[in-house]
Design a protein around this ligand. Structure first.
Ligand SMILES: Cc1ncc(COP(=O)(O)O)c(C=O)c1O
Length: 453
């Protein structure tokens, strides 16, 4: 019976050796929890198009593209040229620059909710500032968020992203649970947790807590938490109730911005008050943004008193701005259509593969993203996601590495524009081969049901 970890160790000796060095200088030998996996992470040396090569020289198809950021694949010639040209002119000045105006204009033109935008360097900063803006605008202290959503790693964000279901209270009235040691007690008091895709329960909680709520923040399509799309009805109810109660609605589109030129808000036809962006808007460099209604964004205007200061040595840095402009210009409506068509097709193919092996799985797809959940029940929220078999997910992830495909360790995937039909077929074939190989191992174990992460 195959043990994917044994094969992984045998075929990635240089990654293993690098990790042995890394553990002496970084905790666990890693600087990014989301790319760590046991027995040790894969060390990638280079990428081109939809392929990556590890330090042992093994080529793999990249089915996650730096957690969805690399929508154009690696080293896209236009993006590389933009970076090269800007690097030669300088990478940062204590001044405004023309490229930031270009990217800001482009985003405001595309995204329905953006009257104005500000740049920062990570999705974490973007959601932190959007929440601060909401508190400043409304004069209220608290933020409501979805159980199982992900908004980065600041204190207000590190609540109920992946709670143990047994400790998270009733599904229709979840309790705020810390995601991390060190999450402050005040964060648990000021964060209200809502059940995703349960409109009556979410509305009831919002009405109950409304007088203290500055904002409701959510991913219209949950990304890292399992590619779970909100129902249109859920978003509509949130829009209506927040509008009625004077609460700002924030769409965190750090990931879902890849589903359409104007993001998920364009697809659903629902305009939030504020939006956060990241990942694809920097063409692979660390760029993020938050923006929205003019009367809210105005609080950041340094010409008025008081105002919210938003310093940041690298905010709007010309290198990231240039890469972002180049990437955005490549992303025409036709490109999105093509990617989304391929996304739908790969989900169909994967569903057929698992059915042919009689392995129960939910293939959650949205646009060019997908996630595999080993469970019988449709995955529509955190609790149904957390019921999936985590050990099978880990086995599949490792075995796919052994078969030449890189997903996220949670079996999340994202397509990129350089992927042709043959690349996609190669990925589907790798899944087919892995499932065939792993089935005896899975059948020899009792089914387990565990929480995620
Ligand atoms: C929806 C969402 N918001 C925020 C973040 C945080 O972004 P970053 O990792 O750039 O801080 C992420 C990261 O994956 C995300 O998926």
């Amino acid at each position: 019976m195959i043990d994917p970890e044994v094969v992984y160790r045998e075929t990635t000796p240089r990654s293993g050796a690098l990790h042995e060095r890394a553990v002496t200088v970084m905790p666990g030998g890693t600087t990014r929890t989301t790319t760590y996996f046991a027995p040790y992470p894969l060390y990638i040396e280079r990428g081109e198009g939809c392929r990556v090569w590890d330090v042992d020289g093994t080529e793999r198809i990249d089915m996650i593209g730096n957690y969805t950021a690399m929508i154009l694949g690696h080293s896209h010639p236009k993006v590389v040229e933009a970076i090269r040209a800007q690097a030669a002119r300088g990478t940062g000045f204590a001044a405004a620059n023309p490229v930031e105006v270009e990217l800001a204009t482009l985003l405001c033109e595309r995204v329905p909710s953006l009257d104005a935008v500000r740049f920062c360097n990570s999705g974490t900063e973007a959601t932190m500032f959007a929440m601060r803006l909401a508190r400043a605008f409304t004069g209220r202290p608290s933020i409501a968020r979805m159980e199982g959503g992900y908004h980065g790693t600041h204190d207000y964000a590190e609540v109920s992203t992946h709670p143990a279901p047994a400790e998270a209270g009733p599904a229709d009235d979840p309790r705020a649970a810390p995601d991390s040691m060190g999450t402050p007690g005040w964060a648990l008091e000021e964060v209200v947790v809502l059940p995703f895709n349960n409109a009556p329960a979410a509305e009831r909680i919002i009405r109950r807590e409304g007088s203290r709520l500055a904002a409701v923040i959510l991913e219209p399509i949950i990304g890292a938490g399992g590619v779970i799309a909100a129902t249109p009805e859920f978003l509509r109810r949130l829009r209506d109730v927040t509008h009625e109660l004077g609460i700002l609605l924030i769409f965190d589109e750090v990931i879902s911005f890849r589903v359409a030129p104007g993001g998920a808000q364009e697809l659903y036809g629902i305009v939030p008050d504020l939006t956060t962006l990241g990942k694809i808007i920097g063409g692979g460099l660390p760029v993020a943004a938050f923006g929205g209604r003019a009367d809210v964004m105005e609080l950041l205007d340094p010409r008025r008193e008081p105002n919210i200061a938003q310093g940041g040595t690298y905010n709007g840095n010309p290198l990231g701005m240039a890469a972002g402009v180049a990437a955005m210009k490549e992303l025409t409506p036709d490109v999105y259509d093509d990617l989304n068509r391929k996304g739908a097709r790969v989900c169909e193919q994967l569903t057929e593969v698992f059915a042919s092996h009689h392995v129960p799985v939910q293939v959650n797809g949205a646009g060019s993203m997908l996630a595999l959940h080993f469970t019988d029940t449709p995955v529509v929220d955190y609790r149904t996601m957390a019921a999936g078999d985590r050990q099978k997910t880990r086995d599949l992830f490792l075995d796919l590495l052994n078969h030449g495909a890189l997903m996220a360790p949670r079996a999340m995937g994202a397509l990129s524009t350089p992927m042709g039909e043959d690349d996609i077929q190669r990925f589907v074939d790798a899944v087919d081969a892995s499932v065939a190989e792993l089935r005896p191992r899975w059948e020899s174990r009792e089914p387990t049901s565990q929480t995620s992460r």
